[in-house]
Ligand binder design. Structure first.
Ligand code: AMP
Ligand code: MG
Length: 323
């Protein structure tokens, strides 16, 4: 069973050794908790795929803690620099042509690599101690709801790993935005996330393409393999709604965007006051909580598709998709 480690200097030193010796551990980032390893060690990367039950065709994001290392792993076009300056460290993943240093296991054989610099202070402290980048998909079984606390990780991965680094509740609560620079003249969003598209566009001073990637199963030929129609899904069946809340029958629950007048064991809310950042932060927490109860069906209110509301609706749509 996993042990939860407080982020003391000694424990951070220890975990950097864990990674150096090719083992895996769960770590906090500001988006969600990650199941981490040395990204340059193909065997360690295979352990991450195995522990999650993630198809090996689904590439991992490589996390760095300093810009000094970026060009070691990726060929970075000049046009991406403004975004790096504006949003790193933070929830923006950029896809660049990869260098030879990055193993094929991490990129699922693609000639590009996904790179991000997390801002979580515990990640930064750990990253400083590692002389290698860290591969880290979300620390949950493949397809299930992402974890935003160490308790979530313990519940779904506690029997598959030995160490979970404590970092509190993730402040962002939703995965990074993924922007591909494979074609430098046409940056393209592959996954909506913590940085809204209009924030990227205003820094670049141009429109960004957005590819709606919704596929039935992992396919190597796709530009963003692994972005499946059904993902981020609790066991409980989900129905999405906007506007008037439906009436509940026996064993049904409802999640509202904002705390309202109704209060009962089957009424939940994503936020106190409807702030979209708070909704994002609590999204997976509420889905995890509901899955602990025995509801047959849960109705979930979706936010307007503006700002990070776009990413929230993307996750909810995938969470609600049937097999
Ligand atoms: P996550 O599932 O949150 O770990 O994010 C990883 C996702 O990033 C994958 O499922 C892919 O969709 C995307 N990704 C990672 N590396 C690449 C790459 N080299 N090219 C395109 N998409 C990538
Ligand atoms: Mg995930």
């Amino acid at each position: 069973m996993a042990q939860i480690f407080q982020p003391t200097p000694e424990n951070l030193d220890f975990l950097s050794e864990v990674f150096r010796w090719g083992n895996i551990a769960a770590i906090p980032t500001e988006t969600v908790y990650g199941l981490a390893c040395n990204a340059l060690d193909p065997q360690a990367v295979s352990k991450v795929f195995a522990a999650k039950g993630r198809p090996s065709t689904n590439p991992l994001i490589v996390h760095i803690d300093s810009l000094d290392d970026l060009e070691t792993y990726a060929v970075v076009p000049q046009s991406a620099q403004k975004l790096i300056d504006a949003f790193w460290p933070g929830p923006l993943t950029l896809i660049f042509p990869k260098t030879e240093v990055v193993p094929d296991t991490v990129t699922a054989g693609l000639d590009s690599v996904a790179i991000r610099m997390p801002s979580h202070p515990v990640f930064r402290e750990l990253g400083k101690r590692c002389d290698f980048p860290i591969a880290a998909p979300s620390a949950n079984p493949f397809g299930y709801v992402s974890p935003t606390t160490s308790t979530h990780v313990m519940r779904t991965m506690g029997d598959k790993i030995n160490w979970i680094l404590e970092g509190g509740t993730c402040s962002g609560g939703i995965e990074s935005t993924i922007l591909s620079y494979k074609n430098p003249s046409q940056p393209t969003i592959l996954r909506h996330g913590g940085i809204p598209i209009d924030a990227l566009e205003s820094i670049l001073g141009r429109k960004i393409l957005s590819k709606e990637v919704v596929v039935e199963e992992a396919d190597q030929s796709l530009e963003a393999p692994g972005l499946l129609k059904r993902h981020y899904s609790p066991e409980t069946r989900i129905e999405l709604f906007t506007g008037t809340p439906p009436l509940l029958s026996e064993q049904e629950a409802i999640v509202l965007l904002q705390k309202g007048g109704r209060s009962s064991d089957s009424v939940f809310h994503f936020s106190e006051n409807g702030l979209i950042e708070e909704i994002a932060r609590n999204l997976y927490k509420v889905l995890q909580e509901i899955d602990q109860k025995q509801f047959k069906r849960v109705f979930i209110e979706t936010p307007p598709t503006e700002g990070i509301g776009v990413a929230i609706c993307d996750r909810l749509t995938r969470a609600a998709a049937q097999e």
